[in-house]
Design a protein around this ligand. Structure first.
Ligand code: NAD
Length: 326
């Protein structure tokens, strides 16, 4: 297939691009490089340095794209509460402009990077796709809004749409030929890369927000998924996309790991006894977020292969220590 990957210079989009190329697809990346890195784009792939609101420049009827994979967006829940207008603009207004271009170019398939943040504080665990959607951040609200837009687009215009709701993504893409692509968000807001920055001496200490949650060790529990397992799900989603349907799948391991378990695993992998400070709870942080990915497993045939914390952290550490922190 000929594919347009928006956000293909970012963490997840650049890794998924590599798996798409391995599977024999042709890929064009569209990215405005606001948080992405040109060197993360897979070699040989055309990088169009443009905003998604201008996607019509690339997505013409003559270009013959078979699908768009839409990773581009703003991703920090905390920032979305301080600057909501940015998130509504990028994740909704500009994404709707992308959808206009998709319709005008008659692109038949669309795969969207949605998020566990659409669910907010879960009323039951594990979280299934039919759980109550009550986002506690503007980020989650914008992603849910675009999910709704895809539902109506599929209904009204026949788009084969798939939303993949990622839980916490971790790990890196490493190959024996030296290829290494991983997480480089700035500022970093995710626990594992922050812990690795502490292990590498780039930060003084790791803060854990709250140790009095109703969880086995009192710290928050989250569901982590290896970025390669996540990327593979996009290939399955392309195959499963069905005209006039909006299919939605959670992607997580179905296993929760507490913040303290993450710290212990980082200590084991890096050999560094990182200093940890317990800070007050952050408002809006649910005690536990664990996915049910039963639907992705049964309907997409998706099976995570790197589902241990050790696998995710050792890949992330090899990337960070070997390629970023040097
Ligand atoms: N990283 C996670 O744990 C996680 C979890 C759930 C969902 N997601 C979703 O996955 C997607 C990718 O996340 P990521 O971690 O790779 O983020 P990232 O910041 O590394 O990548 C996003 C990419 O999109 C580009 N971009 C942003 N706005 C753009 C615009 N208006 N036009 C063109 N390009 C634009 C950036 O330059 C960047 O290359 C996001 O949509 C995010 O909401 C990520």
């Amino acid at each position: 297939m000929k594919l347009l990957v928006t956000g293909g210079a970012g963490y997840i989009g650049s890794i998924t691009t590599r798996l798409l190329l391995d599977a024999g697809h042709e890929v064009v990346v569209l990215d405005n490089l606001s948080t992405g890195f040109p060197e993360a784009v897979a070699p040989g792939v055309t990088l169009v340095d443009a905003d998604i609101r201008d996607a019509g420049r690339v997505l013409t009827p003559a270009a013959g794209f078979d699908a768009v994979l839409h990773f581009a967006g703003l991703i920090a829940a905390g920032e979305s509460m301080a600057r909501p207008e940015l998130y509504w603009d990028h994740n909704v207004i500009r994404s709707l402009a992308l959808l206009d271009a998709v319709r005008a170019a008659r692109v038949p398939r669309f795969v969207f990077s949605s998020t566990a943040a659409v669910y907010g504080n879960p009323t039951e665990l594990p979280i299934t796709e039919s759980a109550v959607k009550a986002p506690t951040s503007t980020y989650g609200a914008t992603k849910l809004t675009f999910d709704h837009a895809l539902t109506s687009e599929a209904f009204a215009h026949g788009l084969a749409a798939v939303s993949l709701r990622y839980f916490n993504v971790a790990g890196a893409y490493l190959r024996p030929d030296g290829t290494a692509v991983g997480e480089r968000h700035d500022p970093e807001t995710h626990l594992i890369p922050i812990a690795l920055q502490v292990a590498a001496g780039k930060r003084d200490k790791l803060q854990l927000f709250g140790d009095d949650y109703p969880t086995p060790d009192g710290t928050c529990v989250r569901d982590y998924i290896h970025v390669e397992d996540l990327a593979r799900a996009h290939l399955l989603a392309l195959d499963a996309a069905t005209p006039s349907e909006h299919r939605i799948f959670n992607l997580g391991n179905g296993n929760g790991f507490s913040n303290r378990q993450v710290v212990e695993a980082v200590r084991e992998v890096t050999g560094v006894d990182l200093p940890v400070e317990i800070a007050p709870r952050r408002s809006g942080d649910p005690a536990a977020l664990v996915a049910s990915s039963a639907k992705a497993r049964s309907e997409l045939g998706w099976v995570p292969e790197k589902d241990t914390l050790q696998a995710m952290i050792s890949d992330a550490w090899e990337f960070y220590h070997g390629h970023v922190a040097r």
